[in-house]
Design a protein around this ligand. Structure first.
Ligand code: COA
Length: 156
């Protein structure tokens, strides 16, 4: 059984993240989606809410578990027995940051590869911070996030 870990802030989990999740499950038997608890990003949604929303949005998929983590992602993935980290790659702008992280994570845990999946064109320009901005100004976030997440956030 192959296990991969998909880390992120997921504030909130978008259709782009769902696209990566569904495609990663064609490559790996199991996928742990893990919410980063303490990063330098300040978040709108609590860790518990982010986990709950991701669980709802991925309930139709077999082999997904949703967790949170604190500390180094490479160590967290190693402790779970994962063979890879999964990251979405949207535009060339993601390249420097992502390749640096992949390099440093593999220096720390040599068995841990990072697999980049090219985000589908429909979601390539989506970002969680812009979704939050649209929400803040009362805009419609349904084109960008799974339906149950849009409903939950619009009811908040
Ligand atoms: N579709 C749509 N949007 C996507 C996307 C996709 N497929 N993939 C990424 N994004 C967006 C996110 O919405 C987010 O947008 P935002 O910045 O506007 O909020 C942005 O791209 C990047 O977010 P995310 O994928 O959540 O990554 P991150 O940069 O927030 O998280 C961690 C990075 C948490 C994985 C990384 O910091 C980490 O591993 N930290 C732990 C500490 C550690 O190990 N540090 C050493 C690393 S070498």
């Amino acid at each position: 059984m192959t296990l991969a870990v998909y880390p992120g802030t997921f504030d909130p989990f978008t259709l782009g993240h769902l696209d990566i999740t569904e495609r990663a499950l064609r490559l790996f038997d199991r996928l742990v989606i893990t919410v980063a608890v303490h990063t330098d990003k300040s978040t709108l949604l609590s860790t518990e809410v982010r986990i709950d929303l991701i669980q709802q949005a991925t309930a139709h998929l077999d082999g997904v578990r949703v967790t949170s983590f604190e500390g180094l992602i490479a160590e967290y993935a190693r402790n779970l027995g994962a063979c890879a980290l999964v990251r979405g790659f949207r535009t060339p702008r993601d390249f420097d940051y992502e390749s640096q992280m992949a390099h440093m994570n593999r220096r720390m845990v040599p068995d841990l590869d990072t697999v980049f999946l090219h985000t589908s064109a429909a979601h390539a320009l989506t970002s969680s911070s812009l979704v939050r901005d649209i929400m803040h100004w009362g805009g419609d976030i349904r084109p960008f996030v799974p339906a149950m997440i849009a409903e939950a956030l619009m009811n908040k």
